[in-house]
Design a protein around this ligand. Structure first.
Ligand code: COA
Length: 689
């Protein structure tokens, strides 16, 4: 077997290259080969300088995540870093692509770093429920100070080359990174002096700024263990000697590998990548750039958000509105979104008032108001203008594609691309198969979403697809809890305490209560059979309490600041009275359990109906579209960890209540009665409904 590490002579310096596709992760084979190479070079006479680089698309993207479920195998990344730092000759890292996690730790252990202009570095371990374990928490503060180091480690963010240079993370930015690194390595060797971060004292910091940073990152963690552990680890860099700091970091990092939070985040990482793989859909085009020119019809909040997301990924965009004044308003909306630091310029988006501008587009996304007849008209007009190769997508959030496909002339090229608001920020896109959508259209939809930096999840068309259909169901136990005795702020606090970004009533106020109101009316008129609806939200809408936009909804607002509203009491009392309920508080744990049981039950129906392809896709949808806590891995991962039987008992209890009118999904019962998990489910096991 060929070694994943190669050495060659590079104009006076030794070039050490790692070659381990796809992302040069530090698998055991790479660690062993690199340790051997470093030991051999250290003993070899005549080596005076070296460059550490990678073949392929990227520098080392970190530890091999697939190894984390097994016990660690020596040598560890920290051992490689120690060997690099102790090398008798200077080694300079030549960074292209991404140097992440253990990759960036190797670079920190080198004696210099040169980065390509379009490369990025980062320590994203917290995003996997970990802290860096190869010395990153001890060397980085010695390079840029503990405050800046903590910001990088606790956020896990990627730092682009220019910022890396200004922060002092790298010595130089270069167009030819190998040449730049070699020049630096030769210069260090010539000067006979090179810097070893491990031998340095930590860079000084203002004690008040450090206290403030520690407090801020601890508060922000909101239930997540890794950022809090990062605060402690960076603290060691200023409190204890380097060796002791390294030993503590390694112990903490290895212990976190087996923590439930890290397991959950790793499961989510796998789920996100799995979601891009669809049977019978070519994966080679996952990142293709064949959509160069796109049109978006509808310049409301959603349409402008989509246009901005497309433009940010380098797609030329034409945004079409119905009239000149509407186009002007859309243009102003785009300007507001793009006039933010780092945003792409407004000039990348043309705003027009004539659909003819769609003629030569590769893709047209309809994002007009959620009204079947309006959507049908717009789709038919767009289809009559574009070529037969153009992909036509609807951004509907509820309407089944069966009811829209008749409007387009080539239904094979018609699909749903369901973005979430604000579309330039939210990372989920449901890629929806219509009745005749072909594999090419799905594959292009996936590729586009990935190019926008979003997580695509492919699903079959159904009322509300995956996310909104689940939302419609799991909102109900929250509404029922208000009738039983909870206040909106109790329910929000229970779910936020579980880790949701925002509780459902705060979200409803933000989105506007009228949206749900209109959807419920439409569903009722369409004869869709739903569990009992609690009328409270309708009463609020009928009294003009539409949420933040009217200053009152479930809460009251002054300048977007939320307050509990005593006026809600009368509505709550009326709702309880209407159901003959004596109000009594509900404990937060049982409310969360009800929500999870309802999600698990409806998810089973989605799997059985083949609307969702796999349980992990449902986890990706709820995490990236609905604020479900990442570190719980998604609702089905969470239910699996707990075991299904208690949730089945709870679901049966809820289903037996005459005023709930729920049914236990056959697949949920099937799994729970056999004490199986969702994620043990192979598609062939799913009893089809
Ligand atoms: N270990 C093992 N496999 C990894 C990996 C890692 N650290 N990072 C990425 N991969 C795999 C992915 O699973 C994927 O495999 P697949 O093609 O079989 O699905 C492949 O590499 C490409 O990754 P993908 O994320 O699809 O490509 P991308 O170009 O969008 O992103 C990265 C590349 C490196 C930015 C991204 O994969 C990433 O952030 N990886 C994790 C980095 C990290 O957290 N490192 C610290 C680990 S402690």
């Amino acid at each position: 077997m060929t070694s994943p590490v190669h050495i060659s002579e590079h104009a006076g310096a030794v070039l050490i290259e790692i070659d381990h596709p796809p992302v040069n992760a530090l698998s055991a084979s790479v660690r062993t080969a690199l340790a051997d190479t470093l030991a051999r070079l250290a003993a070899a006479p005549g080596v005076t300088s070296a460059v550490l680089a990678c073949r392929g698309a990227s520098f080392v993207a970190g530890a091999d995540i697939t190894e984390f479920d097994a016990p660690p195998v020596m040598p560890l990344t920290g051992d490689l870093c120690a060997a690099l730092e102790a090398s008798p000759f200077p080694v300079v890292a030549a960074i292209h692509g991404t140097a992440l996690g253990g990759g960036f730790e190797l670079a920190l252990a080198c004696h210099g770093r040169v980065i390509a202009r379009d490369a990025q570095v980062g320590l994203p371990e917290v995003r996997l429920g970990l802290i860096p374990g190869g010395g990153g928490t001890q060397r980085l503060p010695r390079l840029i100070g503990p405050v800046a180091a903590l910001e990088m480690i606790a956020s896990g963010r990627m730092v682009p080359a220019a910022e890396a240079a200004s922060l002092g993370l790298v010595d130089a930015v270069a167009t030819d990174v190998l040449k730049g690194a070699r020049t630096l390595a030769l210069a260090l060797a010539g000067a006979r002096r090179w810097r070893k971060l491990g031998s340095q004292n930590p860079a000084p910091s203002d004690p008040a700024a450090w206290d403030d940073a520690r407090r801020r990152w601890t508060q922000r963690a909101r239930g997540q263990a890794a950022p809090v552990a990062a605060v402690a680890a960076v603290g060691w860099s200023v409190m204890v000697p380097f060796c002791e700091g390294l030993a503590r970091e390694r112990r903490a990092s290895l212990a976190m590998r087996v923590s439930p939070q890290s397991r959950a985040l790793r499961a989510l990482f796998r789920a996100e990548r799995q979601a891009t793989k669809v049977p019978h859909v070519a994966s080679g085009v996952r990142r293709s750039r064949d959509i160069a020119d796109a049109g978006v019809v509808g310049g409301g909040l959603m349409g402008t958000g989509i246009a901005v997301a497309l433009a940010a990924a380098g797609v030329r965009v034409t945004l079409v509105e119905v009239s000149q004044p509407a186009a002007q308003a859309a243009s102003e909306r785009v300007q507001r979104l793009t006039h933010r630091p780092g945003a792409r310029s407004h000039a990348d988006i043309d705003v027009v008032s004539d659909l003819v501008a769609l003629r030569s587009k590769d893709l047209v996304i309809e994002a007009v108001t959620e009204d079947l007849s309006v959507k049908l008209r717009v789709l038919a007009e767009a289809a009559s203008i574009v070529s037969t190769d153009t992909l036509i997508a609807t951004n509907t959030s509820y309407l089944p594609l069966e009811s829209l496909a008749s409007a387009v002339s080539v239904p094979e090229r018609f699909l749903g691309l369901h973005f979430f608001s604000p579309a330039h920020v939210m990372r989920l896109v449901e890629v929806v198969r219509g009745p005749q959508t072909d594999a090419t259209a799905i594959s292009k939809g996936i590729a586009l979403a990935r190019r926008l930096g979003k997580h695509p999840v492919v699903c079959r068309s159904s009322e509300g697809f995956i996310g909104n259909r689940l939302l419609m169901r799991w909102r109900l136990p929250c509404d029922y809890a208000l009738e039983e005795g909870a206040r909106p702020e109790d329910v929000d606090a229970a779910l936020e305490g579980y880790g949701f970004a925002m509780g459902p009533f705060a979200v409803a106020d933000l989105a506007g209560l009228d949206i749900g109101y209109a959807t419920r009316r439409r569903l009722r008129e369409a004869g869709v059979r739903l569990p009992r609806h609690a009328p409270l939200a309708d009463w609020l809408c009928e009294d003009g309490r539409l949420g933040q936009k009217t200053g009152r909804g479930w809460y009251k607002y002054d300048e977007a600041r939320k307050h509990t509203d005593p006026e809600i009491d009368a509505y709550l009392a009326r709702a309880s009275e209407a159901r003959g309920i004596t109000r009594a508080p509900i404990n937060p744990e049982s409310l969360v359990a009800r929500v999870l049981a309802v999600i698990a039950n409806e998810a089973s129906a989605l799997l059985q109906e083949q609307v969702a392809m796999r349980p992990s896709d449902i986890d990706v949808v709820l995490v990236h579209g609905y604020g479900f806590p990442t570190w719980r891995g998604g609702p089905l991962h969470a239910v699996d960890q707990f075991g299904l039987p208690p949730f089945l008992s709870l679901m049966e209890e809820l289903a037996a209540r005459p005023d709930w009118g729920w049914e236990v999904a056959p697949l949920f019962r099937h799994l729970a009665e056999r004490n199986r998990t969702f994620h043990s489910l192979a598609s062939e096991d799913v009893p089809r409904g």
